[in-house]
Write a protein that binds this ligand. Structure first.
Ligand SMILES: [Zn+2]
Length: 105
């Protein structure tokens, strides 16, 4: 892989983790992302986070497989353990779409 695609893999991994944190209501920060990508990353994170968690009154469930209820931390660990590849694919697709639009519009 060239250095640009290595960098993309790292950024996608970070976005995937941040989206899971966001979904579970844990603290997250965009500081470790390149400044030029923070704004699109924030939108991607919000979009992905909305697909991961079901808020059922006071409890949290996994929207991808229905398991739960979980604590915030428990749900974070569950999604990372079971669904990380899926979340990674979502993040990669959205970031690639953003970069494509940037180049072609
Ligand atoms: Zn699940």
């Amino acid at each position: 892989m060239d250095s640009q695609s290595v960098q993309l893999v790292e950024i996608v991994s970070k976005i995937a983790d941040l989206a899971i944190r966001r979904a579970c209501g844990l603290q997250y920060s965009l500081e470790n992302l390149p400044p030029s990508l923070r704004k699109p990353a924030r939108e991607i994170i919000e979009h992905i986070a909305s697909q991961l968690v079901l808020h059922d009154r006071d409890t949290l469930r996994c929207k991808l497989c229905g398991r739960g209820p979980f604590t915030r931390k428990g749900l974070y660990l569950h999604i990372r353990r079971v669904h990380l590849d899926h979340v990674y694919q979502l993040a990669r697709r959205e970031l690639e779409e953003y970069l494509w639009r940037l180049k072609n519009t």
